[in-house]
Design a protein. Structure first.
Length: 182
């Protein structure tokens, strides 16, 4: 059966259709995730509100910059604490998952040896050992997501701090310049 050559327009339409279907799946997943997934015991929307920093672009003053800087400093301390907890959980889960895998691997090898059967190859043993560890693997994935979430929050706060510092320096320079012109 010879494959029919599609025109570029037909190929683009097929690609667009697939992308739109993927977009629908993404929206369903994203909406569900926002409602069901929690990070450090709270919803994504909660953390969005908690760590949102509004930097006004009009009428910035040194006092506003100072207040924003204090707010960023407090949020940074909170996020650093949550990141440390998330990292510890991820490490414990990783160790627990590795331990469970190694125990199962050793048990499978011993079962084959006890029966006098030939021990399968490494890849087969790894596959057999990982069966049934889905919950631990999922827990580890969630812990890794939580770590990355807090790392992203810390990066966001760092960016906000830099923006506030730049604004503060600009305001100081403008005030100094205006003071010399009077």
């Amino acid at each position: 059966m010879a494959e029919e050559k599609l025109t570029p327009k037909a190929q683009a339409e097929i690609l667009l259709t697939k992308l739109l279907k993927g977009q629908q799946v993404h929206h369903i997943f994203a909406d569900s995730m926002k409602r069901q997934l929690t990070i450090s015991g709270q919803s994504i929307d909660y953390w969005k509100e908690q760590f949102h920093i509004h930097i006004p672009t009009d009428n910035l003053t040194p006092a506003i910059c100072r207040d924003l800087d204090v707010k960023v400093m407090e949020l940074n301390q909170e996020a650093t604490f949550y990141h440390a907890i998330a990292s510890a959980k991820a490490q414990w889960l990783k160790r627990g998952s590795e331990s469970a895998f190694n125990d199962k691997f050793w048990t499978i090898v011993q079962e084959f040896k006890a029966k006098g059967d030939r021990v399968p190859g490494q890849d087969t043993l790894k596959t057999l050992s990982s069966i049934g560890n889905e919950e631990l693997d999922s827990a580890q994935t969630i812990a890794d997501i939580e770590c990355k979430f807090w790392k992203d929050i810390l990066d966001h706060l760092s960016t906000c701090r830099k923006l506030i510092e730049n604004a503060s320096m600009t305001i100081s320079t403008e005030l100094k310049h205006l003071g010399n012109n009077f």
